[in-house]
Design a binder for this molecule. Structure first.
Ligand code: FES
Length: 103
């Protein structure tokens, strides 16, 4: 499936045939601003992205653990997700997310 990461400076990075979690995809492709420091267990918040509004419904809402962690992020908002918790699928083909800068 295809996913686009928009970097804080506005550059778009398009990845075709992506699979796995968005954090894995981003770190494999050296996308700046996504570290995946905790290895994808939803505890570090270095994989913060904002989902494009038109994708919010398909991507779904963060669970409670994720919401807790996001609430400590200074710049999180209602489009924020920890992208290690988003698994690519056919349904998400074409997904666009904005990378939040690391704190
Ligand atoms: Fe640590 Fe997502 S990689 S919370």
């Amino acid at each position: 499936s295809k996913v686009t990461f928009i970097k804080p400076d506005g550059e778009e990075i398009v990845i075709e045939n992506a699979s796995g979690t968005l954090m894995e995809i981003a770190t494999e492709n050296d996308i700046e601003g996504i570290d995946g420091a905790c290895g994808g267990v939803c505890s570090c918040a270095t994989c913060h992205v904002r989902v494009k509004a038109e994708w919010l419904e398909k991507v779904g809402k963060p669970d409670e653990t994720e919401q807790d962690i996001l609430s400590f992020e200074t710049e999180s908002d209602e489009r924020s997700r920890l992208c290690c918790q988003i698994e690519m699928s056919d349904e998400l083909d074409g997904l666009v997310v904005e990378v939040a800068p690391l704190n």
